[in-house]
Design a protein around this ligand. Sequence first.
Ligand code: NAD
Length: 418
Amino acid sequence: MSATDQYNPRAAALQQLAATAERIGLDPIIHEKLKHPKRILTVAVPTAMDDGTERVFTGYRVQHSMERGPCKGGIRYHPEVTLDEVIALAMWMTWKCAVVNIPFGGAKGGVNCNPKEMSQPELERMTRRFAAELVPIIGPGMDIPAPDVYTNPQVMAWIMDTYSMNKGFVALGVVTGKPIELGGSHGRETATARGCHICVLEALRALGRTPEECTVVVQGFGNAGSYAALFAHEDGAKVVAVSDSKGGVYCPNGLDINSLRRHKQLTGTVQGFEGCDDLTNEELLELPCDVLIPAALENVITAENAGRIQAKIVAEAANGPTVPEAQPILDSNGVLVIPDILANAGGVTVSYFEWVQSTQTYFWSAAEVDSRLRETMVRAFHEVQEESHRRRTNLRDAALNLAVARVAKAQSLRGIYP
Ligand code: NAD
């Protein structure tokens, strides 16, 4: 049984919402409305395979809320994608956009498939068929997908092209995370990690620490994890361990992240990197370190292993890496958790910037994107920190308080149609 079977992310998301509703005294009608996604689409995705056979994949798009603006959220290709997972991720997107105060609601999508076993033409055909099914419910003013686990700028380019061909006009604003040559934004590729890094720096500053005196451990070495490791390394922190789906590597003297990225590109895994010991993903989470960055999948910090987490700060670059039962254990051990809806919000923030640039067809410099990202993340971090001091709660509860209250305010201003 996988952790996702054991810990249902949808149940976890609803539990979080219920606890937040109680803390902030949410109107019961608004609570009831926020429990239900606005729209759920499940589609069959028949795809011609290279060997002449045909396979039918299942794809999902869940739009949780449009109270504060068009829906926004990534598309994930993974063999363990379930509807419940996509529903939870869509709800978390709503809160995330509200925490950083950008005018979007939350959505998420996924196709249950194993992209590692598919050729590029197979991935293109599957993506285009899935995108064709999404055409009626996505669009620059309606719902704007982006990359997530095992999807990338090329996948976004295929979705943008399929949507544009169906509509008969070019719609740059229908997806974000596009290649730069197709209206993508400078800084989008690194945005999730940069936002996470900015949060870690702010947390360290509050503790009177500097990156140079810290050790860092990162689980997941994809878009979010590899850049998070790189930024920590560039700022002088010692990144002592990282991992990917095949396992991890540990080097107490610190890893050279640039060389490790090249090693992963050449061999397909971080394991076997010269001068390091291999270790499992479970062992990696429990290593002594100052900062632990889970940047892979959900449900990796559980009630079972939370007591053995030795990090002082956990910065959740991944969505939902900590199950609700683990949080009180981390709290009582004095572990500062920077919650996913804040720690990884840099991605959606620069997606918002990309959407603004795409819809205006006027593009910003990398420096402008980075400076606006920094301003947004620092402001959001301090708003969450102030709420946590005011209410004497952890950062996760504080972030949820702010987010749910902002969505509820928009909901009550709009009222219920008709
Ligand atoms: P990615 O596909 O680029 O990388 C995923 C990484 O996780 C890979 O290195 C993979 O090997 C590793 N991985 C997969 N299964 C694993 C396992 N069981 N144990 C350890 N490592 C495993 O994906 P990404 O975009 O970096 O997304 C990672 C996380 O960050 C996800 O939770 C995603 O929702 C979240 N996130 C991503 C973005 C973004 O902009 N890409 C934004 C916000 C949140």
